[in-house]
Ligand binder design. Sequence first.
Ligand code: ATP
Ligand code: MG
Length: 227
Amino acid sequence: TRNPHATVVEVQNLVYAYSNQEPVLRDISFTLKAGDRVALMGATGSGKSTLLDNLIGLKQPRSGKIWIHGIPVEPKTLPQVRRYIGFGFQDPNDQLFMPTILEDITFGPRNYGVPPAVAIDRARQLLADFGLEAYANRSAHELSGGQRRLACLAAILALEPAILILDEPTNGLDPAWRRYLAQVLLKLPVQVMLIASHELQWLGKVTQRALVLSGGCIQIDSDIQPL
Ligand code: ATP
Ligand code: MG
């Protein structure tokens, strides 16, 4: 997977509908290769979160296929597939469920055999300005919205994922934290990054390719010109 042209994520003719409603995703196909930093854009309600949830197997497509590192994403491969992925939910509350932030950060890595001390060290280093010590023994509901976002990001980075998928990671962050997050993401040695956001200027700093979702399809797949 060191080959810069290696396919990391492949989506072919994905269709997804909520229960018996009209499909939200009608026909989605794209390929993410090693080195890709990709913005997922599209209007409110266009299906960005739905697509990301499909990628990590939280939702099952009606038809079509997804491969991560050549492994088809299906219920029986999820433990294997998720090992590669750091996923940030649009709502941090979906991600912080342990009694303390420290346990939230060590929970995922522990599942993969990473000792808590190593995970905490990674989180401290990769998101240094957060100042994890101040929150370590507090629970998520004692934090502000922006602090919860940062705690989630710390937990995701502690996994040192090959593939980073973030759903609206700047939500709740002030301009200074947004700038800091952009710097952190630019330095992060991930294979592939896919970020859904409405912050076009911010996305322009962090990504170099844009997928635009509209009408249930990828309407635009283009390089982003550096600002
Ligand atoms: P936003 O920019 O607001 O985050 P989005 O592009 O992420 O929007 P989704 O959350 O994927 O959009 O929602 C896509 C569509 O699916 C919307 O029309 C939404 O109303 C619908 N939808 C989302 N979740 C459900 C659900 N659990 N049941 C039925 N419909 C849903
Ligand atoms: Mg969304």
